[in-house]
Design a protein around this ligand. Sequence first.
Ligand code: ZN
Length: 392
Amino acid sequence: MSSSINSGERGPFACEVLSQCVHSAARRTRLRTPHGTAETPAFMPVGTAATVKGADPAALRATGSEFVLCNTYHLALRPGAELIHELGGLHKFMGWDGPILTDSGGFQVFSLAQLSKVDDDGVSFRSHIDGSAMRLTPESATQIQLQLGADVIMAFDECLPHDADAGSVRASLQRRTMPWAERCIALHPRDGRALFGIGQGGMHADLRREHMSALRELPFDGFAVGGLSVGESSADFRRILEATTPLMPTDKPRYLMGVGSAAEILDAVALGIDMFDCVLPTRNARNGQALTFNGPLRMRNAAHTSDARVLEDACDCATCARGFSRAYIRHLLMANEILGAMLMTTHNLRFMQRLMQRIRESIAHGDFADFAAATKSAIGSGLDNKDAPDKG
Ligand SMILES: [Zn+2]
């Protein structure tokens, strides 16, 4: 199991490039934050409501996770950023002393909220929980993330459907996402916490390039690619990522938002992406899908009924290391026992962190391309993205 306990240096946000692959844009970096360091390429588990479902902070730490993502939209609605601020901030509130990244709330406003109505100043919407009227602007989204106490704050952007035409995407970039980025910068206190800008542009490679070229001129601490893995084809995903990544600064972290299948991560790392987040490893764990380097296992299948083996022989997670059998885990899942979800979550998060660890080692040893090809072939199609609707 990873020995990382995040004893790394604390301080103002910084990105140090440790090594660069000679065959691709893949690289290793170390990020310093006010709450310790994180090695990249990194996978950030998603703690939607200030908890990574199925894993308490100690279990989460034991998977080797260093960075956690929390959702501004969900926390602003319930329990409210004011309350979390009064209680000492998000780190204290959720018992996680490592780095935390918060998203801006934009993605959820456009995908979850009811009756969202966007204008050039911000977005008005109704809460998907109780229907109450809310408004988010670049200023309030930034202010909420500052109140939460995130180490990395994301700029507020407009998220359009993946099939939006070039005219609407261009108008959105010019009238909203780009001016909003500047408004987020104006409010950010520059106190050691990082602010990342988000590149948009839909499925239009020229607009993606244009936007990232303009965005990189702004004083952000890191840059993200947004609006991918939102229903587009894998060919479009790759085409847009290939168009965008060469324009992202090399001295700052590069984050691909909402992407977390092993195959996509390996492709994106080769293009120079450092940071990833995704709900799939934890959500699929609760749905009974175990991730392994030999491909996923559907643990509810009858085939596992009397199987005494652990989920994956080579795995050092707390589930496999303690010898819990596939038969027992299947039984727990079939009986809807909470422990089933917990044991599966531990295993899947450790799988993601073993994957990232091996990616970092292969970059350091100069054989990342071979590792990526062998891993993709062994895992097959990777995670099943079609298990459940996106509820975080
Ligand atoms: Zn395991």
